[in-house]
Design a protein around this ligand. Structure first.
Ligand SMILES: [Zn+2]
Ligand SMILES: [Zn+2]
Length: 88
């Protein structure tokens, strides 16, 4: 059994809403890459590179996320590894 500990969402800092996220349209560059003008301003974030969304995309508006969500790198000694060697 795995214990899920919840941590404050780092994206919205627990607010769950009205959070600024990297613009998905331009990936934070502020530039509309699909535009004929190479340096056209992104129409989604208006060149800001970030937008404000009603619901935090990371925690889904809950304000907290599973600590597991981060995917601890090499900390756990009880990794769920698939053990398919030979079969028998
Ligand atoms: Zn943008
Ligand atoms: Zn959040």
């Amino acid at each position: 059994m795995r214990i899920m500990s919840r941590v404050i969402c780092p994206t919205c800092r627990g607010r769950g809403a009205d959070v600024e996220v990297t613009c998905p349209e331009c990936a934070g560059t502020g530039i509309d890459v699909g535009h004929e003008n190479l340096y056209a301003q992104c129409h989604t974030c208006y060149g800001e590179g970030s937008i404000e969304v009603d619901e935090c995309p990371l925690c889904g508006g809950e304000g907290t996320i599973d600590e597991d969500h981060f995917g601890s790198g090499g900390e756990g000694d009880d990794e769920e590894e698939e053990d398919h060697q030979g079969g028998a």
